[in-house]
Design a protein around this ligand. Structure first.
Ligand code: DLZ
Length: 158
């Protein structure tokens, strides 16, 4: 495998905190739903694998990735929610819409995380092509939704 295709993700999954009583919100953008549903399913299954209870995971939809910040805020402000995982896929087009959306979401999610002092995870793919997205939504580069979930779990250790 060339270095360009090396899977550079992922960090250690040892010594993760107990999440059996932690509550998660998964906020999913409907744009590119074949991809975002695969990512969200990966995140959900990974949370279960690492010990979350089904009744402690809520999944909500927003129209597009731009709306993830607002959706994340609505979830993060709930006292019972411990971490929010945001899932989206913004594919590069003929205009610069992707840059505007991606930057806005990155800043928005950071702001929500710091305001509510809770992990808010950026599970947004920013590929150049649909194939690159598919490769990362259960394809040759794994499922980035899984990584988003593990990131949330790891951040709950802080
Ligand atoms: C408008 C738009 C475009 C062109 N592309 C995407 C995309 O690739 N992925 C995505 O999640 N959302 C896209 N959107 C929708 C915006 O995120 C947003 O929903 C609208 O601009 C309305 O605020």
């Amino acid at each position: 495998m060339s270095s360009a295709h090396k899977n550079l993700s992922i960090f250690s999954t040892e010594n993760l905190p107990d999440i059996s009583n932690k509550k998660f919100a998964i906020v999913v953008a409907e744009w590119n739903e074949e991809i975002t549903n695969a990512l969200a399913d990966g995140a959900y299954k990974t949370l279960i694998t690492y010990g979350a209870k089904t009744e402690n995971i809520v999944r909500v939809s927003v129209p597009g990735s731009y709306e993830l910040s607002f959706g994340a805020q609505k979830m993060a402000q709930k006292p019972e929610i411990d971490a929010v995982i945001c899932i989206g896929c913004v594919i590069q087009g003929e205009t610069k819409h992707n840059d505007y959306i991606n930057n806005a979401v990155a800043q928005g999610l950071t702001a929500v995380s710091l305001k509510y002092d809770k992990p808010v995870i950026f599970g947004v793919l920013t590929p150049n092509t649909e194939q690159q997205a598919l490769d990362r939504a259960g394809g040759i580069h794994g499922n980035k939704g899984d990584e988003a979930a593990i990131t949330a779990v790891k951040m709950l250790a802080f």
